[in-house]
Design a protein around this ligand. Structure first.
Ligand code: PLP
Length: 432
């Protein structure tokens, strides 16, 4: 028989042997309070915790689960792969198939793909590649954008770094932090100035294709295209980070929604692995072939292209057809409309910020275009809103600085359950 336990008891137990009781800070409920939910299973649109309580899930493993949890065909593909061996540390035909599929999907924007295990590795490698190609030291990133936890990319980062209100991370030596120029988002003047102030020194601009780790902040129309233009004018590369947006907001990621420009490198993660550890970087052949073993920029990974991860990724991407994207947009549109209506009825100042099918609620009178504006919101309203939803069986991301992740498995019943919970949550947000 399963031992009876509670989320609180599991959290206490975890904190004795795991720092903060979590293996990734975004899972801690620091900004919303209470014990994190310890989950035992997930299926479709729902997750179940150790107390046997079921929740309609809007975290979706922080993005990968676009189809829904434990999609039977994805699980079968992983089981089949597992039955033939967990890891070979050698090449497999399936890795090539996945690379072919991604190259085909991106319609000529990339020619080669290197598989890694995490988004952090993908962006870290993309930066090293850009530096290796240009021979330049500096990297431009934008405040509030999150690109994983490599040393140089933590400055003014979004995601858990924003939730915990950290300006950067301890343990990053000042000379390394100094190689990253952090600029305000959606401010092309600041980008031009940075290139003028550091002639011949900037290797790359790295940008989330649409910012979604400080809540959702879409790029201004033409912003990404102009980033590419400025970078190229100055002999630098544009790294478009699609770890979160890639294959989620559309079959070609966010780039597919606002294309008309050519990033030099794309990074992917989350959906590409269908819930297993897998990420990638891709680009034109002339760029990618600077990587070892062809070129001098070294990168490697014992579990890179792991057969189980590749099987999950292949199955997920194959299943992510037009109907899946239509469903994601449909669910997203309903939830955007309903959360806004519920908050408006209670007189709570808010904006629903949208990029593709990603959205988040900003507690402010006017939209936010950058990190400073996001930080200026009335963030204290989120915790009571979150707790009310949780008590009603809806699991939202435990931070106002995160996107709400819809899944194709959010059926009409799941949507109705979310919508029914919104009025009480809006009242809780209004009361504080
Ligand atoms: N880049 C973006 C845009 C992300 O959202 C994330 C993770 O949330 C990463 C990179 C890092 O990916 P990972 O957590 O797999 O290292």
């Amino acid at each position: 028989m399963t031992p009876v336990t509670t989320n609180e008891a599991e959290f206490d137990r975890a904190r004795a042997v795991i720092p903060g009781g979590v293996n990734s800070p975004v899972r801690a409920y620091r900004s919303v309070g209470g014990a994190p939910r310890f989950l035992t299973s997930a299926r479709g649109s729902r997750v179940t915790d150790v107390e046997g309580r079921e929740y309609v899930d809007l975290v979706a493993s922080w993005g990968p689960a676009i189809l829904g949890h434990a999609h039977p065909e994805v699980v079968a593909a992983v089981q089949d792969a597992a039955s033939r061996g967990l890891s070979f540390g050698a090449s497999t035909p399936a890795e090539t198939e996945l690379a072919e599929l991604v190259v085909a999907r991106l319609g000529g924007a990339i020619e080669e793909l290197r598989l890694v295990s995490t988004g952090t590795e993908a962006t870290m490698t993309a930066i090293r590649l850009a530096r290796g190609i240009t021979g330049r030291p500096l990297v431009v990133k934008f405040a509030g954008h999150y690109h994983g936890h490599s040393d140089g990319l933590l400055a003014e980062a979004g995601s858990g770094v924003a939730t915990l209100a950290l300006p950067a991370s301890a343990g990053v030596p000042a000379p390394i932090a100094a190689q990253t120029l952090v600029l305000p988002y959606n401010d092309l003047g600041a980008v031009r100035q940075a290139f003028e102030a550091h002639p011949g020194e900037i290797a790359a601009i790295i940008a989330e294709a649409a910012a979604a780790n400080m809540g959702v902040v879409a790029p201004d129309a033409g912003y990404n295209a102009t980033l590419a233009e400025i970078a190229h004018e100055h002999g630098a590369l544009l790294i478009l980070d699609e770890v979160l947006t890639g294959f989620r907001v559309g079959p070609q990621g966010y780039w597919g929604l606002d294309q008309g420009y050519a990033p030099d490198l794309f990074t992917f993660g989350k959906v590409i692995g269908g819930g297993m550890p897998l990420a990638a970087l891709g680009g034109r052949r002339e760029v990618m072939e600077h990587l070892a073993p062809v070129g001098p920029v070294y990168q490697a990974g014992t579990l890179s292209g792991n057969p189980l991860s590749v099987a999950a990724g292949l199955a997920t991407l194959r299943l992510a057809d037009g109907a899946v994207y239509d469903r994601l947009y449909h669910v997203s549109a309903i939830l955007q409309r309903e959360v806004s209506a519920a908050l408006a009825r209670e007189g709570v100042a808010h904006r629903v910020q949208v990029a593709g099918n990603l959205f988040s609620v900003l507690f402010a009178d006017s939209p936010a275009r950058n990190y400073a504006e996001v930080q200026a919101q009335d963030a204290k309203r989120y915790a009571p809103f979150f707790q009310s939803m949780l008590a009603q069986g809806i699991l939202l991301p435990p931070s106002v600085f995160e996107a709400w992740f819809v899944m194709a498995a959010h059926d009409d019943e799941a949507i109705a359950q979310i919508v029914d919970a919104l009025p009480a949550a809006a009242r809780a947000a209004a009361r504080i």
